[in-house]
Design a protein around this ligand. Structure first.
Ligand SMILES: Cc1cc2nc3c(=O)[nH]c(=O)nc-3n(C[C@H](O)[C@H](O)[C@H](O)COP(=O)(O)OP(=O)(O)OC[C@H]3O[C@@H](n4cnc5c(N)ncnc54)[C@H](O)[C@@H]3O)c2cc1C
Length: 113
């Protein structure tokens, strides 16, 4: 994570992080995005992929995949709106790769989360 942050700082706003790639890669194919550098953060999925209860707060890591959100018993019990939204997201191929961080940073209001 330190390395990714250092790269972002060094390369500036023209560099983009690549998480699941299900929004950024289609945008690059359509020439709607043309980052100078793509920083692959998939290797951070272990460190940043989690759903945890922390006293009265539920914490979700940025690299948590749609599938993990859909299958989380913790979210189904306490924040079922996530489970409801995830049921509507695409198909297993997209849910296996796409992340909550990517969905929120894409900031497309038509996305389900
Ligand atoms: C065929 C298809 C169908 C889909 N259907 C739906 C649907 O029905 N509903 C829905 O809601 N979504 C849908 N999506 C979008 C899907 O949910 C994406 O996976 C998700 O929106 C983006 O997550 P990602 O991890 O793939 O992000 P990426 O494509 O890797 O990144 C998206 C953007 O966020 C930035 N970013 C990613 N992670 C971080 C981070 N940790 N910190 C800062 N910036 C970050 C990237 O630089 C990029 O600009 C679909 C996608 C496809 C390809």
């Amino acid at each position: 994570m330190e390395h990714a942050l250092a790269l972002l700082q060094r390369l500036g706003p023209d560099a983009r992080l690549l998480a699941g790639g299900h929004s950024l890669l289609p945008m690059m194919k359509l020439r709607l995005a043309a980052p100078s550098t793509v920083i692959d953060i998939d290797p951070l999925a272990g460190e940043l992929g989690y759903i945890r209860e922390d006293e009265d707060v539920v914490r979700i890591g940025a690299m948590t995949r749609h599938r993990a959100l859909l299958e989380s018993e913790l979210l189904a019990e306490h924040l079922a709106i996530f489970t409801d939204a995830e049921r509507r997201i695409a198909d297993p191929v997209v849910r296996n790769r796409g992340t909550i961080g990517g969905a929120l940073c894409q900031a497309d209001p038509s996305e389900d989360l």
